[in-house]
Design a protein around this ligand. Sequence first.
Ligand code: BGC
Length: 352
Amino acid sequence: MKKLLALAVAGTMAVSLAACGSSASSAPASSEATSEAATSAAESAAESVTEATQGGKVGVCIYKFDDAFMTTYRNALQEILEGKGYEVTIVDGNNDQAKQNEQINTFVTQGVDALIINPVMTSAADQIISTVKDADVPTVLINREPTADQMSAYDKLVYVGCDAAQSGTFQGELILDTENKGDINGDGKVSYIMIQGDPENIDAQLRTEYSVKALTDAGVEVEQLDLQRGDWDRNKGQEICQNDLAKFGDQIEVVFCNNDDMAIGALQAIQAAGRTVNKDIYLVGVDALDAAKNEVANGNMTGTVLNDANGQATQAVECMEELLGGKTYAAGEQSVYVDYVKVTPDNVKDFQ
Ligand code: BGC
């Protein structure tokens, strides 16, 4: 219980104003409002953890178990839900939307009280929403954000996630904070490669866009040497980076990865090519996986961005409980965001 309480409180530290338990909104909060909301969210999370005994059956659909970040998230969800006395079943969609649709149907037939769904494809949101609406099952969507318009079809539905643009901006800022603002060879421009997640995913789209936008907004000239999809996967990150290093060599000054797992793969390629991060190349990811935090601490990654799995899991469960308590969501107010946080060699210890 002590561990769970710590998890809940730590997890709500970076919760935006839109937190369940306060009022939902579709925009990230100001930092002042954020800290106030975080305090009250942390307090109410602590209360609900100690007092919670609501029980009931919860079905959780994860897009695929074999995803490093979603594994952390899934474990946090399981711990929080079970700690609150829910009967939890978590299923693996194996990255197959048809399979996940069947799993949702099965949960509905079994009469679950609530669903938490990490869609395989955001493009399938309409179908998912129509299924849970027809069955009248309160549902929290996580990690892959549908449009506000899609969500407006059902008022017992809420999305819990993060503002992906923010993580991209933070990645760009990590590069701007280096001594040469990413221009290692001093030729007046930052030459980079972009290793993208699944491009169907809004996180991949916005991180790709906003990481570079942070540089151009700061007046830094950029040159994209390559952009390739690595599908959030470590091996693909390694392969793409290896090929690009062979092709572009010292021209590459920055490796942007849409997530840490691909960054860890890229790091293997960087080291195999005899390059040294923070000396002759920069490398950034998103998520703050344990492996990435270690590499940031060791100086082998320039930085990462915390994608707060515990905070999001805590929020998802709070929102689920509010839905179970009869709350409905108005159109346009169905996204609840947890803040990202920059992780650098200076503050990484706070996250370890
Ligand atoms: C995470 C990735 C993960 C993806 C799954 C993203 O928010 O940063 O690591 O693979 O979600 O949808």
